[in-house]
Design a protein around this ligand. Structure first.
Ligand code: UD1
Length: 350
């Protein structure tokens, strides 16, 4: 038996890919998810890929008694990777209290439960480069100042990191926050991937849905930014590279190699691509011509951001391996599988 790792939000996009990497590294996994933004069939898909079905419990972590009871039943959890959170920037502006309640209350309850365990588990937290806002210097290092958040969602990530920082020092729960740049792509099997509910907010699901014919046209938000082609620049990272980094971070904590109670790492490739470059990569790798048009800027968008990944490279011994074309190819394979009815078939097979 491997060490038992709790993955909150483990049936979601990044969570499900991380469960696979954990299993590949010999860990036993257990998922808590309220299925607010995922479907239970993803757990079966994980089993199809790895040959091992993770344990799964459906409940909302803001329900404190359920979480306490869970930790009583699982006194042997060695580590927690905490993904469970709401993540839509626009929705967080429309309903800030939902975001503060869900994202912060669940984290506080989780830390309180972890604190009361006899053998305190380690914590890896899902954070975001959104904490940097528009950085003054690029590439952005972990030492760059945390800027005023552009949205309640972004603020929950900043506050969460502060809560973890204070609690790690006081409770001794060793923690690592991972600041993701822009995770995209899907597992190479094309059996799991991103599952946006409704109209996607993010670029790549919008690209693949347009290409498959679910959306008529992709809107490129802004062509007058101070960048070579006028469109925004982001550091896109393959979700499987990102998932692997969680396992490495967890192992660092389990081996007690962390130098401070709460460490922070950027997770990106270190290379920025514009929206137009992302579209070109998609068209080149898939051979599908995309229908797109410019519109005005999207409020709240940062002009350009990409990571300095030196700290993660040297300290974690981790490096992103997959390039933009592979990210696009895997995202497209997953979209085509969904269009071919993979999810309906899953439901029928149950
Ligand atoms: C946003 C959040 C980030 C969050 C991530 C995942 C901010 C500043 N960023 O990243 O914290 O972790 O979502 O939920 O809060 N674009 C288009 N057309 C579209 C969609 C996007 O042109 O239909 C452009 C955007 O203007 C941007 C780029 O594509 O330049 C990437 O956008 P998106 O995928 O939404 O990610 P971010 O906004 O970078």
């Amino acid at each position: 038996m491997g060490k038992k790792i709790l993955v909150t939000g483990g049936s979601g996009y990044i969570g499900s890919h991380t469960v696979i990497e954990l299993q590949k590294s010999g860990f036993d996994t257990i998922i808590i998810d309220n299925l607010s933004n995922s479907i239970p069939e993803i757990v079966d898909q994980i089993a199809r890929i790895t040959g091992k079905k993770p344990l799964f419990e459906k409940f909302d972590m803001t329900a404190r008694p359920a979480l306490e009871e869970f930790f009583k039943r699982h006194a042997d959890i060695a580590g927690v990777i905490h993904f469970a959170a709401c993540k839509a920037v626009g929705e967080s502006v429309a309903d800030p209290l939902k975001y503060y309640h869900n994202n912060l209350v669940s984290l506080i309850y989780l830390l309180e439960c972890m604190r009361s365990q006899k053998n305190q588990p380690k914590l890896v937290f899902s954070s975001s480069c959104t904490v940097y806002g528009q950085p003054d210097q690029l590439p952005v290092t972990e030492k760059a100042p945390v800027k005023q958040a552009m949205s309640p969602y972004g603020n929950t990530k900043q506050i969460s990191e502060e809560i973890i920082d204070d609690s790690a020092r006081q409770t001794g729960i060793a923690s690592i926050s991972l600041r993701y740049f822009n995770p995209i792509g899907a597992h190479e099997s094309a059996l799991i991937g991103e599952l946006p509910i409704g109209v996607p907010n993010n670029l790549v699901p919008f690209i693949t849905q347009t290409a498959i014919g679910k959306r008529e046209q992709l809107t490129v938000f802004g062509n007058d930014y101070n960048t070579p082609d006028g469109t925004c620049i982001r550091d896109y990272i393959h979700v499987c590279d990102l998932a692997r980094a969680h396992v490495v971070a967890l192992q660092r904590l389990l081996e007690e190699k962390n130098e401070t109670p709460h460490e922070v790492f950027n997770l990106g490739t270190g290379t920025g691509y514009s929206v137009l470059e992302a579209i070109q990569s998609f068209e080149k790798t898939t051979g599908v011509k995309l229908n797109w048009a410019f519109s005005g800027r999207r409020p709240g968008d940062v002009e350009k951001v990409w990571a300095d990944t030196t700290l993660a490279n040297l300290t974690l011994g981790w490096k992103a391996e997959k390039g933009l074309d592979e990210m696009m190819a895997t995202a497209w394979a997953w979209e085509k599988n969904m269009a071919a009815g993979i999810l309906n078939n899953l439901n029928k097979n149950k």
